[in-house]
Design a binder for this molecule. Sequence first.
Ligand code: THU
Length: 161
Amino acid sequence: MKKRELTISVDVYADCHELETADAQLLDLARKATVDAYAPYSRFRVGAAVRLANGKMLTGTNQENASFPAGICAERVALSAASALYPGIGVTDLAVSFFHEEGKNDRPISPCGICRQTLTEYEIRAGQPIRLILGGSAGEIFVLTSAADLLPFAFTSSEIK
Ligand code: THU
């Protein structure tokens, strides 16, 4: 038996003023997008903003449904919009923010399991990592260099070939 240890590295910023300008701009878009979320059931408004390799930026918000499993997360809305509008252009950065109408909003959230799986597919398709910029409406911000760091031992297309 041998042991393998996996480590990930996260840059923690005290607030958005410490971020690089481009990252602060993308997080600001994600924060502003939370206003447009359709989240009448959870009241947990999530905004995501992607930057593409061609410099374009797009946002997405969570879209809930009375049939709860039909709802979709902000991250996958933003990724799908990017792929539909700019097919073949990779996503280089994704910012995620949220606003909970009845909770605290001063900490980062990170993508759910399904979004991690989706992000992994987008990274593989484009052959480039997607940086993650994760922050609430205020407070600390986490920056990761690749979404793959959040999904070790990912199930990928190579498994079904
Ligand atoms: N949600 C997202 O949009 N992104 C995440 O990373 C976590 C959860 C949404 C799904 C649902 O509409 C609400 O937040 C509560 O789970």
